[in-house]
Design a protein around this ligand. Structure first.
Ligand code: NAD
Ligand code: MG
Length: 389
């Protein structure tokens, strides 16, 4: 039976990998309902034409004329703006890829969850910003949540849920990013170009900077705590430069189960796309003999305060993860615009957390208000630390 697919964040790195799998799948297996993107009208129109999507929606209303023109005569519906994005995410579909970057993805992701079906989640910021709300909506709608983030997908695959009490710890691996071996002086002088040059993965700009600061791993520790029945102190991070072992689960009998694969997001996406079955994916196969050895080491929390800050946010609970995520998004934007130094990213996050405390966030309204307040505060702090133009 043909399954109807919607992709939120269709023009991004994860969106394009998802599309590559759909295009390689046997005809008739998948049909595309909606494709959503931020502002790239040409890229969205191109994807919509190739996949014969029913609707293509841009978040940015300014791109609508270009999108309409690019889709003229195709019969593909074009729309733009926040309401149109929510409408697209709410349309009937069996499987949704949530791959908008940042907390901007929260609203559309929640709309897809409320509609039901399977939600393949790449947008970790939504889960960090509003974890309890996302999980509550999942329970209430009966939607199926599948983790796409490679570490979480690996742990999901290695997790034998029949006896959760026998899980001793879960391990998220981290490549260490471009500054794994850098001195503090090198990190202080890091430019966006250097931070974006990831040694292993090819990804969008925001997550690439997050990998360089290790806020990505910090967000992932919080993401793991939301997804898996494991207390925070049993979630470990290991540096593993080859990015071959993506995640592991340690059991009480001494077994350590791992998922290995090439650093290619098409594998976890294919896992989520075919689940509970499997499908073919034309990704490079691992050649362990050629690789020779796999290295592991403990992370350096002095050079990478992001891990400590994320653990603090997770333990504090309430609105602290919302604050951490929002402040990090603001700081990363300013760093990419060359208005903030690399090491100042963590300083902005820490200072914003100190300023805003741990307010309760019982509902979505409170989460969104706190997200906005944290952005304003982080902006002020970043302005004071910022580089002269
Ligand atoms: P990206 O920047 O390449 O793509 C982001 C997508 O979101 C684009 O399609 C963009 O148009 C869209 N978008 C941005 N703002 C929007 C808005 N306000 N409304 C609607 N659409 C909007 O990012 P990416 O690397 O593909 O990452 C996407 C998400 O997946 C992030 O949360 C990231 O942390 C997560 N993730 C990515 C990877 C990876 O390998 N790239 C791996 C694991 C997790
Ligand atoms: Mg990851």
């Amino acid at each position: 039976m043909t399954r109807r697919i919607t992709i939120l964040g269709a023009t991004g790195s994860i969106g394009r990998s998802t599309i590559a799998l759909l295009e390689a799948a046997p005809k008739g297996e998948f049909a595309v309902e909606a494709l959503v993107a931020g502002r790239d009208a040409a890229g969205l129109a191109d994807a919509a034409r190739r996949l014969r999507a029913r609707v293509a929606v841009l978040a940015d209303p300014a791109g609508l004329p270009a999108l309409r023109e690019a889709l003229a005569g195709t019969g593909i519906e074009a729309a733009a703006g926040e309401a149109a994005v929510t409408e697209a995410a709410s349309r009937p579909a069996d499987w949704t890829m949530a791959a908008i970057v940042g907390a901007a993805g929260l609203g559309p992701t929640l709309a897809a969850i409320r509609r039901g079906g399977t939600l393949a989640l790449a947008n970790k910021e939504a889960l960090v910003c509003a974890g309890e709300i996302v999980l509550r909506e999942i329970r209430e709608s009966g939607a199926t949540l599948l983790p796409v983030d490679s570490e979480h997908n690996a742990i999901f695959q290695a997790l034998d849920a029949r006896d959760p009490a026998m899980v001793e710890r879960i391990v998220l691996t981290a490549s260490g990013g471009p500054f794994r071996l850098a001195s503090e002086a090198e990190m202080r002088a890091a430019t966006p170009e250097k931070a974006l040059r990831h040694p292993v993965w090819s990804m969008g700009a925001k997550i690439s900077v997050d990998s360089a600061t290790m806020f990505n791993k910090g967000l992932e520790v919080i993401e793991a705590a939301r997804l898996f029945p494991v207390p925070p102190e049993r979630i470990e991070v290991l540096i593993h430069p080859q990015s071959t072992v993506h995640g592991m689960v340690q059991y009480a009998d001494g077994s350590l189960l791992a998922q290995l694969g090439s650093p290619d997001m098409r594998t976890p996406i294919a896992h989520a796309l075919a689940w509970p079955r499997r499908m073919r994916a034309d990704v490079p196969r691992l050649d362990l003999a050629a690789l020779g050895k796999l290295e592991f080491s403990a992370p350096d929390e002095a050079r990478f305060p992001a891990l400590r800050l994320a653990r603090e946010a997770l333990l504090a609970g309430a609105g602290v993860p919302t604050i951490l995520n929002a402040a990090n998004e603001v700081a990363v934007e300013r760093f990419l615009a060359r208005r903030l130094g690399f090491l100042d990213i963590a300083r902005v996050v820490e200072a914003t957390m100190e300023r805003l405390g741990a307010p309760a966030v019982p509902g979505l309204e409170e989460v969104l208000a706190l997200d906005a307040a944290a952005r304003t505060e982080a902006g002020h702090i970043a302005g004071r630390l910022g580089l002269a133009a």
